[in-house]
Ligand binder design. Structure first.
Ligand code: SAM
Ligand code: DTB
Ligand code: SF4
Length: 339
C-alpha cells in the first residue's frame, strides 16, 4: 500500500485538533515535518513583501489593530498611495528577492472608485514580474470578479480567531461577513490567503477552533498566515500576556498537519522572536515569511537579519509561481479589465 501524497480533509473536529495540540512536542513536530516533506521542498521558503497603500483611520474596531480610528496609537493617517510610489516599492521588493507583493489598505470595504486605482496598482506590480496579493477588507461578488479580471493572484482576508473568541476582539463585522468575503474570492477563482492571530489572550481551544474553521472551508486557503499579536501601545490588546513561544510553534505545526498542502506563513511577530524560535517554526512546517523592514505599520526584522537567518538554516527562497509577466500577459490583463 502506498501513502497518499496529501490527504486533504475538510471534516476536522475540534477534539481531533485538540488531540494534535496535546501530542508530545517531538511527536507533533515529527508529524508536521513529515506532512511538510510530502508536499513541499523541505528547504524552500516563499518570500512576500508587504506595503500599506492606505494607512490608518479605519472605522473598524479590531482590538489588535493600530490602524483603527478608535484607538490612539499615534499613527499618522495616509491617503491612498500614488501609483508610481507603489511601482517603485514593488521593484525594490523584487530586487530584494521577494516573489509576491502584498498591498494592504485600512478599509472596512473598498469603494468602487478606490478599486479602480488599486487595479492600476495590481497591473503595475504584475508588470514588475511579481505575484500580487491585496487585503482591502470586505468585498462583494462583483468586486472580487473585477479583481480576478485584473489578474490579482491572492486576496488576504483573515478569520483571525475562533468563532467563540471573535466577539471579544471585533464587533463591527461578523465572522459570517468574513466567510462571505472568502466565498466571493474563492468563487471568483482567486487564491485565498486566510489565517489568524495568536497571542490575543485566547485559549488553546480557540486556537484549535480557528484551525478547524480554516481547514473545513470548502477549499483550504492556498496561503495561511499565522500572526503572533504585535502589541501596539494604545490598542486594547496592548497589555495582553505573552503566549508561550512553544505554544506558537505548536499552532504552526497543527496548521501544517490539518492543511498539509497550504503554504503556512510565519507572519507578524517575528521581530520579537529569536532565531532559534523561528527555526523551530520552520521545522514545524512554516514555509513563508514577510520580508522587508516593515509589515504594514509595524517593524519586521531587517532584511539583512533575515538573509543571514535563511543562510544559517540552509533555507532558500522558493521560486515564484507565475513567470514574470512584464509585457504581454500584463497588457492582456489590462485590456481585459478595461473592457
Ligand atoms: N483592513 C483590512 C482587513 O482587516 O480586512 C486589511 C488590513 S488588516 C491590517 C490585515 C490583517 O492584519 C488583519 O486581519 C490581522 O489579522 C492582521 N493584523 C493587524 N494588526 C495586527 C497586529 N497588531 N498583530 C498581528 N496581526 C495583525
Ligand atoms: C496578515 O495575516 N498579516 C499581515 C498581512 N496579512 C496583511 C499584516 C500584519 C500586520 C501587523 C501590524 C502592522 O504592521 O500594522
Ligand atoms: Fe481596519 Fe483591518 Fe485594522 Fe480591522 S484589521 S481595524 S479592518 S485595518
Amino acid at each position: 500500500m502506498t501513502t497518499p501524497v496529501a490527504v486533504i480533509r475538510h471534516d476536522w473536529t475540534r477534539d481531533e485538533v485538540l488531540r494534535l495540540f496535546d501530542l508530545s512536542f517531538n511527536d507533533l513536530l515529527f508529524r508536521a515535518q513529515s506532512a511538510h516533506r510530502r508536499n513541499f521542498a523541505a528547504d524552500e521558503v516563499q518570500i512576500s513583501t508587504l506595503l500599506s497603500i492606505k494607512t490608518g483611520a479605519c472605522p473598524e474596531d479590531c482590538k489588535y489593530c493600530p490602524q483603527s480610528v478608535r484607538y490612539d496609537t499615534g499613527l499618522e493617517r495616509e491617503a491612498l498611495m500614488e501609483l508610481e510610489q507603489v511601482r517603485d516599492a514593488a521593484r525594490a521588493a523584487r530586487e530584494g528577492g521577494a516573489t509576491r507583493f502584498c498591498m494592504g489598505a485600512a478599509w472596512r470595504r473598498p469603494k468602487d472608485r478606490d478599486l479602480d486605482r488599486v487595479i492600476d496598482m495590481v497591473h503595475a506590480v504584475r508588470e514588475e514580474g511579481l505575484e500580487t496579493c491585496l487585503t482591502l477588507g470586505m468585498l462583494d461578488a462583483a468586486q472580487a470578479e473585477r479583481l480576478r479580471e485584473a489578474g490579482l493572484d491572492y486576496y488576504n482576508h483573515n478569520l483571525d480567531t475562533s468563532p467563540e473568541y471573535y466577539g471579544e476582539v471585533i464587533t463591527t463585522r461578523s465572522y459570517q461577513d468574513r466567510l462571505d468575503t472568502l466565498g466571493h474570492v474563492r468563487e471568483a477563482g482567486m487564491k485565498v490567503c486566510c489565517g489568524g492571530i495568536v497571542g490575543m489572550g485566547e485559549s488553546r481551544d480557540d486556537r484549535a477552533g480557528l484551525l478547524v474553521e480554516l481547514a473545513n472551508l470548502p477549499e483550504h486557503p492556498q496561503s495561511v498566515p499565522i500572526n503572533q499579536l504585535v502589541r501596539v501601545p494604545g490598542t486594547p490588546l496592548d497589555q495582553v500576556d505573552d503566549l508561550d513561544p512553544l505554544e506558537f510553534v505548536r499552532t504552526i505545526a497543527v496548521a501544517r498537519i490539518v492543511m498539509p498542502a497550504s503554504v503556512v506563513r510565519l507572519s507578524a511577530g517575528r521581530t520579537e522572536m529569536s532565531d532559534e524560535l523561528q527555526a523551530l517554526c520552520f521545522l514545524a512546517g512554516a514555509n513563508s515569511i514577510f520580508y522587508g523592514d516593515r509589515l504594514l505599520t509595524t517593524d519586521n526584522p531587517a532584511a539583512q537579519r533575515d538573509r543571514a537567518l535563511l543562510e544559517r538554516l540552509g533555507l532558500r527562497p522558493a521560486p515564484g509561481e507565475s513567470a514574470p509577466v512584464r509585457g504581454e500577459e500584463a497588457a492582456e490583463a489590462r485590456s481585459e479589465s478595461a473592457a
